[in-house]
Design a binder for this molecule. Sequence first.
Ligand code: SF4
Ligand code: SF4
Length: 293
Amino acid sequence: MKRITVLSGKGGVGKSSIAASLAIALSKEHKIICADCDVDASNLALVVGLREKDFEQWKKISTNEKAILDEKKCRGCRKCVDVCHFNAISWNKEKKQPVFDRFSCEGCGVCQIVCPNKAIELKQVKNAKIGFGKTKYGFYVVSGQLEMGESGSGKVVAEVKKLAEEKSGKADLMIIDAAAGIGCPVIASVVGSDYVVGVTEPTPSGLSDLKRALQMVNHFGIPYGIVINKHDLNPKFTKEVEKFAEENGTEVLAKIPYNKGFADALVNLVPVIIYSPKTKKFFEDIASKIPKN
Ligand code: SF4
Ligand code: SF4
């Protein structure tokens, strides 16, 4: 099975809408499965009309640990406070004991190592849920959602991809919708991909963030192409994006003009390729240019 990841350095450029419509275009000739790996703000399922209650299954998962204090064993040496790089430990002057902030704790375990009295334990926490559902377009979407205030999104992405593999059946293509940015969940989405579609808009911040994201893709040696969304809103800067693509030997897979249908499609939980049929040619074009072998 080939894996195609759709990413954007910057949020709000239409990444998930493009991923959903590309999935539908690709599903005409391939058996596909989608993995929504934007676990901090997952919405790919919604874009294809699949609401949370329509999912066949959700399960809570744990990919992270939190430090827990055993007050009886603590001797108040403060060693743990000094080593926490995440500022998750403050000091209670009255009790002369540390106080652990579970939302700041990243579960790195350093405090446990330095505690001379074995007063700190690391406990697994249910920090996310993952699930799957079948869309009316005939393919499954596997999705993950990080619980509020929880961390460990990169590992949650790995679990979403694992579940997508399990649910893939005879699928020959997996479409992965990555988070925006270049953080841990994006890296976890990109690892193991065969091709990356980088979505941008023609603005300085859009291009600058895309460049950073593609630098990371380059690090893994994965081929990629670029989609310029809303290209007609800033023709001058679209030329800048095209220049960047040319200088890097990268293909511009499509230039999509501004279309209010993108927003209306989202409101109506219908992929824009269906909601606004005049966009169909752009997604079919992208689908035809993505190498499948
Ligand atoms: S496990 Fe790491 S992040 Fe959490 S409190 Fe201990 S040192 Fe800080
Ligand atoms: S290192 Fe251990 S004993 Fe020292 S303050 Fe922290 S929890 Fe207490």
